[in-house]
Structure formats: C-alpha cells, structure tokens
Design a protein around this ligand. Structure first.
Ligand SMILES: Cc1cc2nc3c(=O)[nH]c(=O)nc-3n(C[C@H](O)[C@H](O)[C@H](O)COP(=O)(O)O)c2cc1C
Length: 359
C-alpha cells in the first residue's frame, strides 16, 4: 500500500519518502538577508526529508517583511544559499526555495520608513513584531497598476536566482495572507482595475507570477502553496469555494510542479471554516502532484495518501523539533519537546539543538 514511506518521483527528482519539510521562517539569516552557516547546519540536519521547502525568502527589498529573513535577489544571498544547497545535496537531500513577497504584512520601521505595499490600502490584522516590541500593522500603500509587472519580473528573477543557487525548484508563496494571497482574496483586494473585482482579476497577479516563474525555469520546477481556509493576517474571502475553485484549476492548467494546500488551522476553525476538508474538496480539480499540510501525524498522513487525496504530506512543527522526522515516523519514536519561544529566535538555541535519535 502507498504510504508516507513510498518513494515519489517529482518530475525526475527522486524523493525517498513523502515526508516533506514544510516552509518555516526561523529568523536566523544575517540582517542583510544573507543565509548563514547556522542555517546550513539546520537544513543539513533535516536532509532525510522527502524534500525540504525553505523558509519564505524575499524576492526584492520591497518584498522583505520579517526581520532576519533570507533573500534571493542579490549575489551575496545567492552565494549564501549555494553553500546550503551544496551541503544538503552532499548529505543526500533535496531542497526547494519558497519565494515570497510580504505585501502589507510588514512595517515601515524595518524598511527605511517606507510603508508596506498591498493591493488596497487595507491594513493587515494582528500585530507585528519589531525589536522594540509589538506594534499594529500600518495602512499599506496601494500598488499602482504600472508597478505590478516589476513584481512579476521579481518572481521570475528569484526563480532564476534559485536555480543558480542550486535549488531543486521553487515554491511560490501564495498562502498565509502575503502579497499573492492579498490580491486573490476579496477581503484584502478592493481594486477596481484589471487586478481587482471578479476572481479572474484577483487571481491575475498570482497566475502571472507563476507563468513568469515557469518561463524562467520550467513548469516541473515551480510549485505553489495556497491556504484556502486560513484567514491569516486578515486576508479572507467572502466566497472561498468560488475563489479557490477558480485559481486552483488555472494553476493546474499551467502544469505547475506541485500544488501545496493547507488544511484549516486553529485560527480558521475559530473564525468559522468555509471549506473543511481541503484535500478531499480540491483533489478532483488537480492532476499535478498535490501536497497537503497542517496538523498531520503518521496516521493522518498515511490515510490521506492511501485515500488518494494527496501525493505528499508536508510537516511543519514536527520537522522543526525533530531533525530526523522520517525515521521517527517510521519507527513510532516519540517527538522532541517544542520550545515555541525560540521558533523565531536568534542563534543555535532552539534551532540546531533538537537532538536526533541515537542510532
Ligand atoms: C515557526 C514557523 C514558521 C513558519 N513559517 C512559514 C513560512 O515561512 N512559509 C510558509 O508557507 N509557512 C510557514 N509556516 C507554516 C508551516 O509551514 C505549516 O503550514 C504549519 O506549521 C502547519 O503545519 P504543521 O501542523 O505540520 O506544523 C510556519 C510555521 C511555523 C511554526
């Protein structure tokens, strides 16, 4: 029977198992977005994943929204990533770069006073962490329609840069309330031009970015992540079934390398979930490899694969706290204890010091 430990051929990239490491921001890059040797150690520790998806990685200075997040838009950043991809490959692993634009989820204090940008001047909900403490999100600056081709070009260039850095592919971050998701959902997109209004318009930037990334590399190497249920940072939609029911087949028709869909999280459940079973709902619309994520353990992961609702299962926190997660799942070994205070920390503590099982 097919399960988490059955190998998978991702368009010629042989994955030894279907236990994917989900993208996770850990804020251990240098202040200038250059990946560090500590990040290399962290990813090498997790090389037994079917494939690693990196933390979200900014495609431009404008895309930068989180302190000590890495970038992939300058030569020194590409060189830093090259050390990581080489080391992961030498350890027998595979690694995909999650490319990202934060949109309105950012603060002027970490952008030289420049306000964040967004489809519309609607602030993100929640608050933002700065070294000085927590502050509200500001009203973002509405992007001019003439600025959007530049953002599409940045996604394409980031894709070329990821290829040059030795990655096995890219994953466009279309989820979790960041720029592409802000354009897609009608709660954050109030535009009246060709990028706002009906879903065909709201999906335009995401489709253009995916198309440009495919042109920059090829379809097999370009995945995308979507969160149909989760209203992160206030990016929400009045009719998620219609919105995601439109964009998912569009992306599928582009032949993207994979689509990663997030199942509802606790925040979505608290807010009232519009779509409960994401994999089951959208599988019939997807013929490319489908990855699911959110709240999976061994039993749920094996079951979703056995039912044919997903090809790959991504694990977030379980991989953060267990560098050898595939082995632990296979042998039913217990997980390490999480230290959430250091998820977004500085330095090795709570990062590279989660132990692997003794052999
Ligand atoms: C510390 C932390 C950082 C995260 N950063 C990202 C990110 O950069 N990009 C992303 O798409 N998701 C991010 N996520 C979400 C995870 O990829 C994943 O969707 C979430 O943890 C649910 O999966 P799980 O139940 O297996 O942990 C992050 C989650 C955590 C805990």
């Amino acid at each position: 029977m097919t399960d988490l430990f059955t190998p998978f051929d991702l368009h010629g990239l042989p994955l030894p198992n279907r236990v994917v490491m989900s993208a996770m921001t850990r804020t251990r890059a240098a202040e200038n977005g250059v990946p560090t040797d500590l990040m290399r150690d962290y990813y090498v520790q997790r090389a037994s994943a079917g494939v690693i998806v990196t933390e979200c990685t900014q495609i431009s200075d404008q895309a930068h929204g989180i302190i000590r997040c890495p970038g992939i838009h300058r030569d020194d950043q590409i060189a830093g990533w090259r050390k990581i991809t080489d080391a992961v490959h030498a350890a027998g692993g595979r690694i995909i770069c999650q490319i990202w634009h934060c949109g309105r989820v950012a603060h002027p204090d970490m952008r030289g006073g420049e306000p964040p940008v967004a489809p519309s001047p609607v602030p993100a909900t929640g608050n933002f962490f700065l070294p000085s403490g927590r502050v509200d999100f500001p009203v973002p600056r509405e992007l001019g329609i003439d600025e959007l081709p530049g953002i599409v070009r940045d996604f394409a260039q980031a894709t070329r840069n990821a290829r040059a850095a030795g990655f096995d592919g890219v994953e466009l971050h279309g989820a979790n309330g960041y720029l592409l998701d802000q354009f897609l959902q009608d709660g954050s997109n109030k535009r009246t031009d060709a990028y706002g209004g009906p879903v065909e318009n709201r999906a335009r930037l995401m489709i253009e970015a995916a198309t440009a990334a495919i042109d920059a590399w090829d379809a097999d190497h370009v995945g995308i992540r979507l969160s149909p249920s989760n209203p992160l940072y206030g990016a929400d939609d009045s009719d998620k079934r219609t919105t995601f029911g439109y964009v998912i087949p569009q992306l599928n028709a582009l032949g993207v390398g994979y689509i990663c869909l997030l199942e509802p999280n606790a925040q979505a459940v608290a807010a009232g979930v519009q779509i409960e079973h994401i994999a089951e709902t959208f599988r019939p619309l997807i013929s490319v490899p489908l990855m699911v994520n959110g709240g999976f353990d061994k039993a749920k992961g094996n079951a979703v694969i056995a039912r044919g609702e997903a090809d790959l299962v991504a694990f977030g926190v379980p991989f953060l706290i267990n560098p050898d997660l595939p082995k632990r799942l296979r042998t039913d070994a217990p997980y390490n204890k999480p230290n959430p205070a250091l998820f977004y920390g500085v330095g090795a503590e709570g990062y590279t010091d989660y132990p692997a099982l003794a052999v």
